[in-house]
Ligand binder design. Structure first.
Ligand code: 1CP
Length: 344
């Protein structure tokens, strides 16, 4: 029975004696075996589009640590590429994309049905994983949330304050809204295919939600996540959804109700005791440990891990970091975190 998987039980609202655990970016450059497979693939995008190797790097942290969930190895920027944007990665700097800031450029994006031509290898990775993962491990699919994906499509790269996307929103609301709509529609199609291929849960990463204020937060972080969640649940009844509006602060309190998500992932900017009182009362929560503990380790890692587990022990909880693990992390600190959570 699928529901015996601990992650799915927590997502269904069960309070477990030991929280299940996985980690954002658990397949990544802090692991020597990841670096070896990435070198074999040649570059990052070739790794994302090679189903055998993408499945291999997804499985590596499961073999090494026995996490309760595996997250599909892919990237949030594959969807813009499938919609027709050029995408490449500059070593040491990050992603670069061709930009979309006008009605003409928006109109040139490919129709939603055409995205699967590019994204088929990702669905193939999901199929391999659903065959090869241990039976107790939950497979999480994911996509970027529309605002975060739009910030990259508009600026053509990562930006500290998402300035170009805010500027387009102010100067040409029709084009900005059109971009959000196209991404929303594409995300529904993309995640539906991941679910059909075997993903048991999906997560929406709104990494830059923190720069949306007031009505913008409601219209561009919450609303697209709500639309995607509703459409997926209609097509795939019972599919659990995790919403991660990073940097939402006190606005985390209403995210379960406003989006319809089963679980809300919180970053390290909110206190675990506050999360228990204001967010977990509405459903499952995940996250909160500062990723820098994976670099520094020691007593502080152990005491912070315990503090979060204690604060969230009264309701459904999945242990995770507040953001992705960084390449300078020590793999032994990850083991220490897991041992602390599991009480050994
Ligand atoms: O050189 C490398 O190996 C590339 C590093 C890397 C990795 C391991 C990138 C480039 N993407 C990924 C994989 C990835 N990205 C996953 C795989 C699953 C896992 O968690 O193990 C996931 C879920 C993502 C999601 C992602 N990509 C987000 C949202 C989450 C977050 O971290 O906030 C974002 C914003 C991206 C864009 C991206 N891709 C890669 C980088 C370096 C970035 C950030 C770029 C920037 O803003 O400068």
């Amino acid at each position: 029975m699928a529901q015996q998987k601990t992650i799915l039980r927590a997502l269904a609202g069960e309070t477990l004696p030991t929280p299940p655990i996985w980690m954002m970016r658990q397949a990544g450059r802090y692991l020597p075996e990841y670096k070896a497979t990435r070198a074999q693939a040649g570059d990052f995008l070739s790794l994302c589009y090679n189903p055998e190797l993408a499945a291999e790097v997804t499985l590596q942290p499961i073999r090494r640590y026995g996490f309760d969930a595996a997250i599909l190895f892919a990237d949030i920027l594959l969807l813009p590429q499938a919609l027709g944007a050029d995408l490449w990665f500059v070593t040491g700097e990050g992603p670069r994309l061709s930009t979309i800031t006008s009605a003409d450029e928006l109109a040139k994006l490919k129709p939603t049905d055409a995205i699967h031509d590019t994204l088929n290898p990702v669905y193939e990775t999901v199929k391999i994983l659903s065959r090869e993962l241990p039976k107790e491990t939950t497979l999480i699919g994911f996509a970027g949330s529309p605002w975060t994906v739009a910030t990259y499509m508009i600026a053509g790269q990562g930006t500290p304050d998402q300035g170009p996307a805010h500027a387009l929103k102010a100067e040409n609301r029709a084009v900005f809204d059109g971009i959000i709509e196209r991404i929303t529609e594409g995300t529904i199609a993309y995640l539906s295919k991941q679910i059909e291929a075997g993903a048991e849960c999906v997560k929406l990463f709104d990494s830059w939600a923190g720069s949306l204020q007031g009505e913008d937060f409601t219209n561009y972080s919450i609303k697209p996540m709500q639309q995607i969640t509703a459409a997926l649940k209609e097509k795939h009844p019972g599919i659990p959804v995790i919403a991660f509006p990073r940097g939402a602060g006190t606005k985390y309190a209403g995210v379960h109700a406003a989006t319809g998500a089963d679980c809300v992932a919180v970053d390290e900017g909110v206190d675990a005791a506050w999360v228990a009182e204001h967010v977990q009362k509405n459903g499952c929560v995940q996250g909160n440990l500062k990723s820098s503990h994976m670099v520094t380790g020691g007593d502080a890692l152990v005491s912070e891990t315990r503090r979060i587990c204690d604060a969230l022990s009264g309701g459904p909880h999945i242990f995770n970091l507040g953001h992705g693990i960084t390449p300078d992390a020590d793999p032994e600190n990850v083991q220490l975190m897991i041992d602390t959570v599991r009480g050994s």
